[in-house]
Ligand binder design. Structure first.
Ligand SMILES: NC(=O)c1ccc[n+]([C@@H]2O[C@H](COP(=O)([O-])OP(=O)(O)OC[C@H]3O[C@@H](n4cnc5c(N)ncnc54)[C@H](O)[C@@H]3O)[C@@H](O)[C@H]2O)c1
Length: 483
């Protein structure tokens, strides 16, 4: 299967727009194809709406943004894309027909995936050419912020197609969850629908309003679910003996049962109650406004989970690790080219960032402590670049900070984009002195500069120790490189 540089989207509604925003952000070109020409304006709007939240998700160095093009010619898209994601309406015959059509124009090493919420891959791939490269890749709205994508193969799907899809989705910051066996609704929608059926019953029977039922999730189980799923949470609920005790204690009530299982009839009365209830909850706020609120807290939650390296936070952390490594590797290649008399190295621009709302002081400027953070992040990037990374640290060596001097030159306001250039100013056997310059991206105005002195240590002994040979050589090359 081929490496993905261009993603083809078939259908550019809510889900197609979400795929486009995510892929473009992580450096993939997108050809969006839809039967309705008016969807071009829509998808461009959707991508720009997503940009604010995506820009705050991670400050790790990203590849250059992908380019978006739009077409109503589905065949042209199929001929050019390296990976095709179908997102047209949830109708079996329509999807079967369009997928079969597209498969006749896409080279056979191009994976074709469907965003279907619940249709079975074996049904969808029936009339396709090279059906072994087809699978279901079911995302969650908003696709650009939620990392989960369920991967489901049909009877004809090859292991290679599933593997290639998992690799691609991981590259764009997702968590591919391989579903072992196809079932209607895959895994997540089966779980969600069970909950939703109960909601409809409880509203229908006038037991609760939609707002009360949402409170029943938001103030309790919802908070737990972001970090641990129902099973692990129930294991904890069983006390010292965990799940075994939990099942003994609460197992019998599964037979009563509390829940209804069958969905209620969707009468006009029930529909009215659901609509009136959710309108009351929206309290006059537009869908766009609520989306912004949802996006902001989804970004913040993932950043908190990253600290604990669990759930979506673990996905974010792994993504950042890859981004830092690939940016360091690219910078190293540039430097080695310069050392070999090739192209000049240019300034070492290892960190791009943006002033977050929580970083500002009472004057609306970036507050003092954040300068230290930004310069510290730039130092981290430089250390990774010369080979002082997790592997190096687990070998028993690391860098300790001896001194930092910061000079403020201009102010940076909220959401201002910034970059740091870094220079190795001095080295000896055990010490390195770095000079950083922080600039505003829009006009290159210097905002602050910093000088930092670091000591190389043997961490077990807690004593200064000489640099390893390779690290020392790279630092020396940086010192000698043209700036
Ligand atoms: N909305 C969600 O929350 C969600 C979540 C996960 C998966 N999905 C799945 O994603 C798919 C798309 O859902 P959506 O909510 O984005 O729908 P949508 O109605 O917003 O978008 C569908 C798009 O497909 C286009 N289209 C229709 N026929 C087409 C054709 N023959 N060729 C090309 N384009 C065509 C339409 O013009 C429209 O722009 C469905 O299979 C759905 O089950 C939806």
């Amino acid at each position: 299967m081929r490496q993905v540089r261009t993603l083809g989207l078939l259908g550019t509604g809510v889900i197609g727009g979400g795929w486009a925003a995510r892929a473009l952000h992580f450096g993939i070109d997108v050809i969006a194809a839809d039967v309705k020409p008016e969807m071009e304006a829509w998808i461009r709007g959707a991508v720009s709406n997503a940009e604010g939240a995506l820009a705050r998700l991670t400050f790790a160095p990203l590849p250059a943004k992908g380019r978006l093009s739009f077409t109503t010619d589905l065949e042209a898209m199929a001929r050019q894309a390296d990976f095709i994601q179908e997102n047209i309406p949830e109708q079996l015959e329509l999807k079967q027909r369009v997928l079969a059509d597209v498969s006749r124009h896409a080279p056979s090493d191009v994976v074709i995936a469907s965003s279907t919420s619940g249709l079975m891959p074996t049904e969808l791939q029936r009339a396709m050419l090279a059906p072994e490269r087809f699978l279901v890749a079911h995302p969650f709205n908003p696709v650009y912020l939620l990392p989960l994508v369920e991967l489901v193969g049909g009877q004809q799907t090859s292991a290679a197609a599933l593997e290639a899809a998992a690799t691609f989705f991981t590259c764009i910051g997702m968590h591919p969850l391989k579903v072992r066996r196809e079932v209607p609704g895959h895994l997540t929608d089966r779980l969600q629908e069970a909950l939703w059926r109960e909601i409809l019953h409880l509203v229908n029977d006038d037991v609760a309003t939609t707002g009360e039922l949402d409170d029943a999730i938001v103030y309790g189980p919802g908070l737990r679910w972001a970090g641990m799923g129902t099973d692990l949470i129930y294991h904890l609920a069983g006390g010292e003996t965990g799940m075994r005790h939990m099942l003994r204690q609460f197992g019998p009530c599964l037979k009563w049962p509390w829940t209804k299982l069958e969905a209620p009839e969707l009468t006009e009365g029930l529909i009215d109650k659901m609509v009136a209830g959710t309108q009351a909850q929206a309290a006059g706020r537009s869908i766009r406004e609520l989306e912004r609120l949802r996006d902001d807290y989804l970004v913040a939650i993932q950043q908190v989970l990253r600290e604990f390296n669990i759930g979506a936070g673990a996905t974010l952390r792994a993504l950042e690790q890859r981004l830092y490594e690939s940016s360091s590797a690219a910078a190293r290649v540039r430097l080695e080219g310069a050392a070999a008399g090739g192209a000049p190295a240019g300034p070492l621009r290892l960190l791009e960032t943006q002033v977050r709302p929580e970083w500002i002081d009472y004057h609306g400027h970036m507050t003092d402590s954040r300068y230290l953070q930004v310069f510290g992040d730039a130092t981290d990037a430089l250390f990774r670049y010369v080979g002082i990374d997790d592997a190096y640290r687990s070998g028993g060596h690391g860098m300790y900070t001896v001194e930092t001097r910061v000079r403020h030159q201009s102010e940076a306001r909220v959401h201002e984009r910034l970059y740091v250039t870094t220079r190795v100013a001095e080295i000896d056997d055990k010490r390195v002195r770095l000079e950083h310059a922080l600039h505003r991206s829009r006009d290159d105005v210097p905002v602050a500069s910093a000088e930092q002195l670091y000591l190389h240590v043997d961490t077990a002994a807690g004593k200064a120790a000489p640099f390893g040979g390779a690290v020392r050589a790279r630092l020396a090359a940086l010192l000698a490189a043209p700036h």
